[in-house]
Design a protein around this ligand. Structure first.
Ligand code: 9MR
Length: 634
């Protein structure tokens, strides 16, 4: 019998009870079901097993490592305690199986140098499957081939935009947002930025990564070809008359569960506001830098449109999107206007070095009380990421305050996993709509802390979050469709529901456990919540849009964390922030400001005792250390 391929729990159910029940100890073991990197942290969570031995055997059945199972510790989101077994010492590639006594526990443990490569490719290929206005052919989509949907070549304007009757524009291309077929600028903004940063921080690895997409044979990295599909749509969303950006392109109401080409509802540009406009500016500015070496004309177009949009944003600073009463598609309202403007200005300055922007930015110094995990509604950290990783462009004060914001959050996440039995930096309050994107976005904060400090604890905390998403969770679930032993099978995703293929499109991250469960009425009133265990409040049923929908802004940070860690492993290099000098070309103001050297008195951030601290130097030259909350450190 090949133990390596058998999920023990499934085996227990399938096999006739009497024979096995006598010798089996039913131990619940939760682990990353896809794979571990050879030289990285490896952990699994075991229930009711403290004090016993866990033996790891190689494919030949030979003992490779024995670990005493430590005491169990609680993890409140799971409503239970677990022992976190560390088997990082198992560092020879291969497939292993863990045993307690004679019983195989958990799933096969796959260790390799490229453990995250397939999930990186899968998470990025998802964007190809989400392409609007294009047929997916068998060559690239295999059994998920489908006709083109939503050509969007003659998009109407919603009445409130006050365009002439019957006027249309070409809003083709772009990615569908999620399980629905809408295209929303606000959500496209954070998604596209995240993917552009993934490339920017790992150019060497991504310059050759093949995603098997229609553009794979050109001279441009596949990831940039994929991103461009969405950028080209975003560019169509500018009102040519005044530069403002339409909020979204959708039908007035969601269509039914049909394939893209079967949705016949008319499509509209709906609303115009500063949230969409600053998102557009941020993304186009960054895109103009990244695409310049490949296509100067395209890069210039992005920047020109960003600058035009900026004029609208400045003149309309209080114009927020409001959902018209006849529209029922996703609203993406209540994004924080201040943070999105800060982010937009940051990106535009990075590229144009426009001194006017610098002055505005100086007045918008990072404020630690606003440092909040990034999401479509909160852009503060996106600005922080850019500023902290561009010390040659922003002032030392700005860079320090951006770093402080990153380390404040990252240190909180590291602290939250210490002493928790699952070793996962997620708290009760994180389990809202899209909780899996909370995990992935936390990982993105942690990876920035790692890039900036090279401290292993931040990398390890990110790996903990990846393990959580890939199976080290109390449901034994891999939340990435098509990967792992027990993956999400019924996501809320129209093409996966309406096609004739049983398995969903691979590489999609499910929204994840949601303690609010606002979709119960769509699920025949089945209340899938587990009292006292938000991490178990998940329903793998396509009815559950609040726990099981997929979305581009959830896949992007997941791609960022797995792609970055794989890239670091494959190339042996971590992104060097000193290498960032902005654009070589500039169509705006050419001046590349040489910034003043760092002040020798006052406050500066230092990395000491394994944490970021503030070093205060008084006029006598005495130095004192404070933590990020202003408390003096002895
Ligand atoms: O991700 C969004 C989540 O934060 C909101 O709480 C939720 C309800 O407004 O909407 C989510 O976004 C959905 C969007 O409105 C429409 N497309 C599907 C998105 C993912 O569920």
């Amino acid at each position: 019998m090949d133990f390596m391929k058998i999920n023990f729990k499934k085996f227990m159910i399938l096999a006739s009870g009497t024979f096995l029940a006598s010798q089996a100890i039913a131990i619940n073991a939760y682990q990353n079901q896809e794979g571990f990197l050879t030289n990285a942290q490896k952990q699994m969570a075991l229930l009711d097993a403290a004090g016993k031995e866990v033996v790891f055997k190689d494919a030949g059945g030979k003992e490779a490592l024995t670990v005493i199972i430590p005491e169990a510790k609680p993890w409140t989101p799971a409503g239970e305690s677990a022992s976190l077994v560390d088997f990082s010492d198992l560092n020879v590639p291969g497939v292993y199986q863990a045993y307690v006594g004679d019983s195989a526990i958990g799933h096969p443990i796959k260790i390799s140098d490229s453990a995250y490569q397939d999930i990186t490719k899968g998470a990025l290929k998802f964007f190809y499957y989400q392409r609007a206005s294009m047929e997916l052919t068998e060559e690239f989509a295999g059994k998920y081939a489908r006709p083109a949907g939503h050509l969007d070549t003659a998009v109407l304007y919603h009445t409130l935009l006050e365009k002439p009757d019957g006027a249309t524009f070409n809003g083709a291309k772009g990615w569908y947002d999620a399980g629905d077929y809408g295209k929303y600028i606000v959500n496209s903004g954070i998604t596209t930025y995240t993917l552009l940063q993934l490339y920017q921080h790992n150019k060497e690895y991504f310059s050759t990564l093949n995603l098997n997409i229609p553009e794979s044979n050109n001279d441009i990295p596949d990831i940039l070809d994929e991103i461009r599909w969405n950028l080209e749509w975003m560019l169509t969303m500018q009102d040519e008359e005044d530069g403002g950006i339409y909020h979204k392109l959708t039908s007035k109401q969601f269509c039914g569960t049909v394939m893209p080409d079967k949705d016949r509802k008319p499509r509209f540009a709906i609303g115009k506001g500063i949230e969409a406009t600053w998102n557009f500016i941020a993304v186009m500015a960054l895109a103009s830098e990244i695409y310049a070496p490949y296509d100067k004309e395209f890069a210039e177009l992005c920047l020109r449109k960003a600058e035009k949009a900026q004029m609208w944003a400045i003149n309309n600073r209080y114009t927020y999107y409001e959902q018209p009463s006849d529209v029922g598609t996703g609203s993406y309202t209540n994004a924080n206007g201040l943070t999105v403007a800060f982010w937009g200005r940051t990106e535009l300055f990075r590229v144009t070095k426009n001194p006017v922007l610098l002055d505005t930015l100086k007045n918008m110094k990072m404020n630690l009380s606003r440092a909040k995990l990034q999401g479509w509604a909160s852009s503060y950290m996106l600005a922080a990421f850019t500023i902290a990783t561009n010390p040659n462009i922003f002032t030392p004060e700005q860079v320090d305050s951006a770093k402080a914001a990153i380390f404040l959050l990252a240190d909180n996440y590291v602290a939250s996993l210490e002493g928790n039995g699952y070793g996962v930096a997620m708290d009760d309050g994180d389990f809202y709509w899209g909780s899996n994107s909370v995990a992935a976005n936390k990982g993105m904060v942690l990876m920035h802390a790692y890039i900036l400090s090279k401290e292993k604890k931040y990398l390890n905390a990110t790996i903990g979050l990846i393990d959580y998403l890939m199976g080290r969770n109390p449901l034994d679930k891999s939340y990435l469709t098509g990967f792992g032993v027990n993956p999400t099978m019924n996501p809320h995703h129209r093409p996966s529901q309406a096609d004739t293929v049983e398995a969903p499109i691979p590489g999609m991250l499910a929204g994840g456990p949601n303690r609010d469960a606002s979709d119960i009425s769509a699920c025949k009133n089945f209340d899938y919540r587990v009292t006292g265990a938000p991490a178990k409040s998940y329903y793998d049923n396509s009815c559950s849009f609040a726990s099981n929908e997929v979305a581009i802004n959830w896949n992007a940070p997941f791609a960022y964390i797995v792609g970055s860690i794989q890239a670091i492993n494959s190339t042996g290099k971590v992104y060097d922030v000193e290498s960032s000098v902005g654009v070589e070309y500039s169509i705006g103001i050419k001046e590349n400001r040489k910034l003043k050297p760092r002040a020798t008195t006052g406050n500066r951030l230092v990395f000491k005792n394994g944490a970021v601290q503030v070093e205060h130097v008084d006029i006598q030259g005495n130095k004192r250390l404070f933590d990020l909350h202003g408390k003096m450190v002895k």
